[in-house]
Design a protein around this ligand. Structure first.
Ligand SMILES: Nc1ncnc2c1ncn2[C@@H]1O[C@H](COP(=O)(O)OP(=O)(O)O)[C@@H](O)[C@H]1O
Ligand SMILES: [Mg+2]
Length: 214
């Protein structure tokens, strides 16, 4: 595979979508084709699953049901979108991936963590991102950012303790896999976060510029 697969992780409101926008522009400035996608979603089947997962009227969904839905959406996304794009040499930017499952379903909901890696591997066929950016932010700040933007959805309504467990989970995962996962404080300005991301990616794409329109 000749493409580059980059994932963005971190709480809602941390700035993942903002950074995906900026990084897409950076890659396009050097003529690199970019495929942008998100989890859960990114395929017809995946978007239908996303709708189930984020619908506030689905409040009583069990943690086991939830993890299978995430993995089902992921399996489809990897085979239908991510692998074909990487084979064509494209850059794939994905909003959330396997680390979110470990952080939310494992550390957040308390599912047995030893079971989550094999489920992730089944869904991805063992494929891992070349680089993952963990945008680390106090969950309270993230929620404030989102509430300023729009109403909270089913996952955002979870209590603060849950979000704190998820944050600690992400940091633990990042510590264990610090070659792939770069932790970036999402507290700085969007431009500062972007610059840190681009500088880190120059290892993989040496001529990558900062986004000129950001
Ligand atoms: N570094 C930042 N500092 C302050 N606000 C930000 C920053 N990055 C993004 N935002 C704002 O916070 C909100 C959530 O950002 P978003 O990119 O949608 O986060 P996510 O996709 O991680 O949920 C948006 O209104 C966005 O404009
Ligand atoms: Mg987003």
């Amino acid at each position: 595979m000749t493409g580059i697969f980059i994932t963005f992780e971190g709480a809602d409101g941390a700035g993942k979508t903002t950074q995906l926008d900026m990084l897409t522009t950076s890659f396009q400035m050097i003529g690199q084709e970019v495929i942008r996608t998100r989890e859960p979603g990114g395929t017809v089947i995946g978007e239908a699953i996303r709708h189930l997962l984020l619908d506030p009227s689905m409040g009583s969904m069990g943690a086991e049901t939830e993890i299978f839905l995430y993995e089902a959406a992921r399996a489809q996304l990897v085979r239908e979108v991510i692998k074909p794009a990487l084979l064509k040499g494209q850059v794939v930017l994905c909003d959330r991936f396997t680390d979110s499952t470990m952080a939310y379903q494992g550390f957040g909901r308390g599912l047995e963590r030893a079971m989550i890696d094999p489920l992730n591997d089944l869904a991805t066929g063992g494929m891992k991102p070349h680089r993952t950016f963990l945008l680390d932010l106090d969950p309270q700040v993230g929620l404030q950012r989102l509430q300023a933007k729009r109403g909270a959805d089913r996952l955002e309504q979870e209590n603060l303790l849950f979000h704190q467990r998820v944050r600690e989970g992400f940091l633990t995962i990042a510590q264990k896999d610090n070659n792939r996962i770069k932790v970036i404080s999402a507290d700085g300005s969007a431009v500062a976060v972007h610059q840190a991301i681009v500088e880190s990616l120059r290892e993989l794409s040496p001529t990558l510029p900062f986004c000129s329109t950001c």
